[in-house]
Design a protein. Structure first.
Length: 250
């Protein structure tokens, strides 16, 4: 006798001892976020293909490390996220990102809306731990609507994917390898003004840090009243759709 819809059991896996339901094809992080359970991430966006570059969504599955944004959920999996070993690795990754570029939060327009800053608070990052690198990267103010501060780029490629997959403009790309890898603008001059980029593009909305900033609206929302000032990033109300990172879900 075939099962009816009322008798079909939704498959589940365990996340830190709690049963998490999932739909076939969902990744672990998709199912966790849908269930209101936060897993730290920077490069994950629900509208884009999984990327697995930031490694902050690292979990342990049956004792083995895996990226939860690229691992498809399966019934019966035992997933550990909020254990000291995993949290320590995430903390180290955030510390490395903070020293790799210009992330001086008090002077940044993105402060309070920045996912990297919010993860630093969430993971208890109290010091840089590593020597500051101070890379020399340009600031591009050529565009009439948008300022690009490449010094804050964390190589998540969200703007690259948004411009390619959604806007279909291919404005951004990454160049170089290793420590010299960096974000570039796909124009002959390398200037944003010489592209068809618009402030209404999806790529203008998804940066988790302070690289892509609208001009003439600096600090319109006071510090202390911004998204992650009001709620920690792990709060379901803050983390839901937090890849629409900018101004409180703009």
């Amino acid at each position: 006798m075939s099962a009816t819809p009322d008798t079909v059991t939704t498959p589940t896996f365990q996340l830190d001892g709690e049963e998490i339901p999932f739909q076939p094809g969902q990744t672990i992080i998709q199912a966790a976020l849908a269930a209101g359970k936060y897993i730290p991430h920077l490069c994950f966006h629900p509208e884009f293909k999984p990327h697995g570059s930031c490694k902050l969504c690292l979990v342990k599955i049956s004792g083995r490390p895996a990226a939860s944004c690229t691992t498809v959920a399966q019934a019966g999996l035992s997933v550990e996220s909020e254990i000291p070993e995993v949290q320590d690795k995430r903390r180290t990754l955030v510390q490395m990102l903070l020293v790799e570029g210009n992330h001086f939060c008090p002077s940044c327009e993105k402060s309070g809306n920045c996912m990297l800053q919010a993860l630093g608070y969430e993971l208890g990052v109290m010091s840089p731990h590593f020597p500051q690198i101070f890379p020399v990267r340009p600031v591009d103010a050529s565009h009439k609507e948008i300022l690009l501060d490449f010094n804050r780029c964390i190589l998540c490629e969200l703007c690259v994917r948004a411009s390619n997959e959604v806007d279909q403009k291919n404005v951004f790309a990454l160049a170089g390898r290793g420590i010299s890898k960096h974000l570039i603008v796909n124009s002959e001059s390398g200037r944003l003004a010489d592209t068809n980029f618009s402030a209404t593009d999806k790529a203008a909305q998804v940066c988790p840090v302070g690289v892509i900033l609208p001009k003439r609206v600096g600090f319109a929302i006071p510090i202390g009243k911004r998204k992650f000032d009001l709620k920690p990033i792990s709060d379901p109300g803050a983390s839901a759709g937090c890849a629409e990172h900018a101004e409180g879900g703009a």
